[in-house]
Design a protein around this ligand. Structure first.
Ligand SMILES: *Cc1c(COP(=O)(O)O)cnc(C)c1O
Length: 436
């Protein structure tokens, strides 16, 4: 199957890009490899919509993987970036923009008593893990299967055989010795985590967890799971790193883990908090963060860290994150969920499972409940690919991969979703058509 849903200009650009960029892209999921076909190249975005190089318009339900909470090119954010750029792109020295955004972040998320800005979520989690190791003097890190924490070596790990065992590299080039310090447990499985602590407790520095998993579709934490993480970590003297690179400032103004019963020592942020510019944040308990240089022995640095344009975009974004925005996101997320469930019923697409947390939805062509990587992985990827292309061809941009999250932005309105219904309906019909 070679879906031709990308226009002729997109396809020509994909061929040209592939002659100079590896796979034609700068991040693998963009290549459309997991849904087939040729990627759409975008020329611009405005509000709820994206416009491709062939002049086609799409309702944007990816939002740059969640970063564009306020939609594409929000005028106030763009203006702040322009103003800031005129005053200098980078100093490699302190500017007031950094502590101003930091103060805003801490006001909204007091758990970050001290924090530091970096340039990506990957860097943030990698640094948080280093801090946890430096603070505890221990080496092992626990993550959960299907959780994504950026592409640093130690976290590109997958489960070995059996629960809570030593991890295996999840990428060529990652040494077995490095992921030998990583343990992979099952999401929503407190017993598996308890077993990991029984076996390796004294050498576990930290447990890294997404409070709502959003990198295997959306997988909600079951009652008791997150509190068990905090309890076990505390018992064994390990730290908890809440990876809120996706959930931070998306599900509420600030961090969400506390309200889900997780108590964290360190927190990572990214995506929304940079308002569409490259950013990462790590922070947390003051005593733990003060092990970072120049105050302590844990080294971490960055030429472009705290970049003025990212600080300005983040500040302008946070300024607009009012309770009303979150009420809108909740309402629109619920409406999209209801629409998709209703249409899947009407088109008799079964099984179809659609977990949601606010403006994040997981579209699984799989039976529920989806609680971990194994149940998420049961989604029918071919079905999703057919759904994706039929929907794309009718002007709705969804994640080009079956195990990614669908994001609603704050500028999507009910009429946008009503207009998208025929695309979704055609998508479900295409999904049902097996054996192509
Ligand atoms: C996106 C993401 C990261 C990595 O962030 P990048 O900016 O892509 O490096 C880390 N953790 C989670 C939970 C993410 O969703």
């Amino acid at each position: 199957m070679t879906p031709a849903s990308a226009g002729p200009r997109s396809r020509a650009l994909a061929r040209r890009a592939a002659r100079v960029l590896v796979g034609g892209v700068d991040s693998p999921v963009r290549s459309f490899r997991s849904v087939g076909g040729s990627p759409v190249f975008f020329a611009r975005g405005r509000g709820a919509y994206l416009f491709d190089v062939d002049g086609r318009r799409y309702l944007d339900l990816v939002g740059s993987w969640g970063a564009n909470l306020l939609g594409n090119a929000p005028p106030a954010v763009v203006a702040a970036v322009q103003r800031t750029a005129n005053a200098g792109l980078t100093f490699g020295a302190p500017s007031p923009l950094e502590h101003e955004l930091a103060e805003e972040v801490r006001r909204a998320a007091p758990v970050l008593e001290r924090l530091r800005f970096v340039s990506s979520g990957t860097e943030a989690v990698m640094s948080a893990v280093r801090v946890a190791r430096g603070f505890t003097g221990r080496t092992k890190v626990v993550k959960f299967e299907g959780g994504y924490h950026g592409h640093s070596d130690g976290l590109l790990a997958r489960a070995g055989s059996g629960p809570a065992t030593q991890a295996l590299p999840d990428s060529a080039g990652v040494p077995a010795a490095v992921v030998g310090e990583t343990l992979v447990a099952r999401y929503n499985d407190p017993e598996g985590l308890a077993e990991a602590f029984e076996r390796h407790g004294p050498s576990i520095a930290a447990v890294v967890v997404e409070p709502v998993a959003a990198n295997m579709g959306v997988v909600l934490p079951q009652p008791g799971f997150l509190p068990a993480i905090s309890r076990l970590a505390r018992q064994h003297g390990a730290l908890v790193v809440a990876d809120e690179v996706i959930t931070g400032f998306r599900l509420r103004r600030g961090t969400v883990h506390e309200s889900l019963g997780l108590s964290a020592d360190l927190v990572t942020l990214g995506k929304v908090v940079g308002g569409g510019m490259p950013i990462g944040v790590y922070g947390g308990r003051r005593d733990v963060m003060e092990t970072v240089a120049p105050l302590g022995p844990v080294y971490q640095a960055g030429t472009l860290s705290g970049h003025p344009l990212a600080m300005a975009a983040g500040r302008a974004t946070l300024d607009r994150l009012t309770p009303r925005v979150y009420a809108t996101l909740e309402r629109t997320g619920a409406e999209l969920q209801e629409t998709l469930l209703r249409l899947s019923e009407e088109e008799r697409v079964r099984p179809f499972t659609l977990p949601r947390a606010g403006s994040m939805l997981g579209l699984f062509f799989a039976p529920g409940p989806v609680v971990d990587f194994a149940s998420a992985g049961k989604t029918d990827r071919a079905e999703y690919a057919r759904f994706f292309h039929a929907v794309l061809g009718r002007g709705v941009y969804l994640p080009p991969s079956a195990l990614e999250t669908t994001f609603v932005s704050a500028v999507v309105r009910s009429p946008d979703l009503v207009r998208a219904e025929e695309a979704f309906r055609a998508g479900f019909r295409a999904a049902r058509r097996r054996g192509r």
